[in-house]
Design a protein around this ligand. Structure first.
Ligand code: TMP
Length: 237
């Protein structure tokens, strides 16, 4: 399989068309941004770690019945994925109050939520990805009712699968962000990535942050934390 043209360059990944119908290649970058691109930096080896972490978790989800874009890991930082049209929503799943939820609702970070919270943000960098509800999504035509119902059900199931898988590895899944897409055949599947860039992972015992908050908040040992997540997934101690 050959890349034909670069279709898109985002903050953390590039996406290429290929000579195979219905197949794209994603290439993970070491670039890191936060606060909608205001803070910029590099996290050494992030691209290859996120590529491997995301592929590992997507394959786990596939086994558990969640359709994903994953096809084949091609190299350290490149993966072949199913071509999709991305639904312009960030789906955020929260188990413990942290980040923007803690700020918005005046909760202390670490407060256990009484039930899982699903949030939707409209993917619009120029607007700072604003929070939207089901009515906004319908009014703006961002997703069909059936698509919204399906992606919400998938998101909750993904939370159950990943939550218990990670707990066994000593990682608490605090919250995370998902993106879904529609294939040329009209099927809704999980796309984008699941990595320390897009999740909050706290060490179950110590509470140590093993995710991008170390970069966002200048906590240090960023690379080591990403590496730690990969090692735990791979069963390396
Ligand atoms: P938040 O608390 O900043 O709203 O973040 C919630 C979760 O979503 C957290 O796990 C990090 C992830 N996230 C992204 O993946 N991309 C983003 O642009 C933002 C703001 C958050």
């Amino acid at each position: 399989m050959q890349k034909t043209q670069q279709l898109y360059e985002g903050k953390a990944k590039k996406v290429y068309a290929t000579d195979e119908a219905g197949v794209y290649i994603v290439s993970y970058k070491d670039d890191a941004t936060a606060f909608n691109g205001l803070k910029k930096g590099t996290i050494e080896h992030k691209g290859s770690i996120n590529n491997r972490v995301s592929n590992h978790l997507m394959q786990l989800l596939e086994k558990e019945g969640i359709p994903t874009h994953f096809l084949k890991e091609l190299s350290d930082r490149e993966t072949a994925v199913r071509k999709v049209r991305i639904i312009p929503l960030e789906v955020i799943v929260r188990n413990i109050a942290a980040g923007s939820l803690a700020t918005r609702l005046g909760l202390e970070e670490g407060t256990k939520l009484r039930c899982t919270v699903l949030e939707f943000c409209y993917k619009r960098d120029d607007l700072g990805d604003p929070l939207v509800n089901e009515y906004h999504i319908k009014a703006l035509g961002l997703a069909l009712d059936e698509e919204l119902a399906q992606l919400s059900a998938y998101s909750l199931k993904i939370n159950d699968i990943l939550g218990s898988y990670l707990r066994d590895l000593g990682i608490e899944l605090v919250d995370f962000k998902l993106e879904f897409g529609i294939t040329d055949e009209g099927k809704l599947i999980l796309a984008d990535e699941i990595s320390p860039d897009t999740c909050r992972f706290w060490d179950t015992k110590t509470g140590k942050k093993l995710d991008k908050d170390r970069f966002r908040r200048d906590l240090g040992s960023v690379e080591e934390a990403y590496q730690e997540v990969l090692f735990r997934l791979m069963g390396i101690n």
